[in-house]
Design a protein. Structure first.
Length: 200
């Protein structure tokens, strides 16, 4: 395969050369190698949008759908007889997973770098899991901590999951946890959209 190889030390000279090549019309397939990502060069090349994002979205939706279907099928095929248990164990667990995903996206936008975002994520995860009753049951907490944990979405996720499984509560008991989890997910998504740097 024939081609032309150019080496440039400055971004402006690289962008000008790419523009000249594209205007000439002879070289349409332009590949640029650079040590770090530069948006000016990326814009000058004008590469088509990658379909990886669509494949990731479709694969994620199919995975969640198939995973939830497997859970429903197994609980229907091999029923766990618990008095008053909601059909298919409610949907508090999937709602908590969706809320957790938006919370992770929000934490990623709060950090100015990957190490900062990682530190935020570790600290938030440890606090939410501890205060929410996922490590230690909330009923052994002091009264003040039990009341304070009601402001943590993890507490609602744990209560909804407990009620749908070993406590055998009806479906109506899972409605409030699902509403709280959906509300916290909406807040996290709004903060993530607000803090996201769209220009980069």
């Amino acid at each position: 395969m024939q081609g032309v190889l150019g080496v440039f030390n400055e971004v402006d000279a690289t962008v000008d050369a790419i523009g000249d090549l594209k205007q000439g019309g002879r070289y349409r397939d332009i590949s640029v190698f650079m040590p770090t990502l530069d948006h000016e060069i990326e814009h000058a090349v004008g590469a088509p949008e990658s379909p990886v994002r669509r494949f990731t979205l479709i694969g994620g939706l199919l995975g969640v759908t198939f995973g939830y279907w497997i859970a429903i099928w197994t609980s229907d095929y091999w029923p766990l007889v618990v008095g008053g248990k909601a059909i298919f164990g409610t949907v508090a667990a999937p709602a908590s997973r969706k809320g957790g995903g938006w919370a992770q996206l929000m934490l990623a936008t709060l950090g100015h770098s990957a190490p900062t975002a990682r530190g935020f994520a570790i600290m938030a995860t440890l606090l939410l899991v501890m205060v929410g009753g996922a490590w230690v049951p909330a009923f052994v907490f002091p009264r003040w901590l039990q009341e304070a944990s009601l402001y943590v979405p993890t507490r609602w996720a744990v209560d909804g999951l407990d009620g749908a499984t070993w406590r055998g509560l009806p479906f109506s008991s899972a409605v409030l946890p699902m509403v709280v989890l959906a509300g916290s997910a909406a807040v996290c998504l709004a903060v993530a959209i607000w803090r996201f740097r769209w220009e980069e």
